[in-house]
Design a protein around this ligand. Structure first.
Ligand code: ZN
Ligand code: ZN
Length: 303
């Protein structure tokens, strides 16, 4: 299965003419998950061709305006669309109270069914957010002056039937195939068949989102071995002291973290509005980690 990520906004703090503020859409096996919801996210979803009523989960990294400023509008749209589901919202400590306040700012005509899940992982501790048959989402705390959460999407490894090999043993669908898929050894028409003879294990994929943060041990821990790390890089080298002061990362720091975590690919985002071009951020990052790219609004990535 493929994770399809659409980056809806790549600016930090304020929207610019070229870049909206933060939001990512994650599609997996027909499910749509929104990660952060900065102001203007609804319109970005429209332009990208996604129905807002298909969102079942919203993951929030932290309660700064550029990450949550579009939330109340999105909630209103979703529950005005004959939404028959519970909307699950995950976020850091304090999310429940903040959402309660936010909901009071709007008069809702339709019932709003929201379940808030507060996350509070300890330092260097991975907390489970969601788990189902296909994947799990875990999180770790970042350092950003307000409770901030980074998320990892980890696909579960699955055994698949190699149809050509199975046919050689005369195997067709049925309980025997199910047992082989579970890794068991079976006896079929007097022959012993091991799972490895007719199945293969599809490599599981991992995608990690590192939001606003200063340098912290949790980044390489959470991102370890990821196929894709999407990371904030608000500043270039020339503003390293600002990055430190405002608890953000530079592009070079993000690249060094990607290298340390052994990820396959790095995409930089959350750029300061002062940069009309981010070419130099890309250059500074590629010195340390050549497999770096820079994000633009509506960039779609398949992992
Ligand atoms: Zn931000
Ligand atoms: Zn922030």
């Amino acid at each position: 299965m493929t994770f399809t990520i659409t980056i809806l906004g790549t600016s930090s703090m304020v929207p610019t003419k070229e870049r909206n503020v933060q939001a990512f859409l994650i599609e997996y096996n027909g499910e749509l998950i929104l990660l952060d919801c900065g102001e203007g996210t609804q319109r970005q979803m429209n332009i990208a061709g996604y129905s807002r009523a298909k969102v079942r989960k919203v993951l929030l990294t932290h309660w700064h305006g550029d990450h949550v400023g579009g939330l109340i509008g999105l909630i209103q749209t979703i529950f005005n669309s004959e939404y028959q589901h519970t909307l699950h919202i995950y976020g850091p400590k304090g999310s429940e109270t903040r959402l309660e306040h936010l909901r009071k700012t709007v008069d809702f005509e339709n019932p709003v069914d929201i379940e808030v899940h507060e996350l509070n992982p300890g330092r260097e501790e991975e907390q489970l957010v969601v788990e189902n048959d296909e994947y799990r989402i875990t999180c770790m705390p970042m350092r950003h002056g307000t409770p901030t959460i980074a998320y990892a999407f980890i696909e579960k490894e699955k055994r698949r039937i190699d149809v050509a090999k199975a046919e050689k043993f005369g195997l067709k669908t049925g309980p025997v195939m199910g047992r082989l898929q579970r890794g068991e050894t079976v006896t079929f028409k007097g022959k012993t068949i091991t799972a490895d003879e007719v199945t293969y294990v599809r490599p599981a994929k991992k995608v990690v989102f590192i939001p606003d943060t200063t340098l912290t041990n949790e980044i390489p821990l959470l991102a370890e071995g990821a196929d894709l790390m999407i990371c904030e890089s608000t500043y270039g080298n020339e503003h390293e002291s600002k990055a430190h002061e405002y608890k953000h990362l530079t592009a070079a720091q993000a690249a060094l973290l990607a290298q340390q975590a052994g990820v396959k690919r790095l995409i930089l985002t959350h750029f300061s509005q002062r940069y009309t071009t981010v070419d130099h951020l890309l250059e500074e990052a590629r010195i340390h980690f050549p497999q770096t790219e820079v994000a633009h609004d509506f960039l779609k990535i398949n992992v």
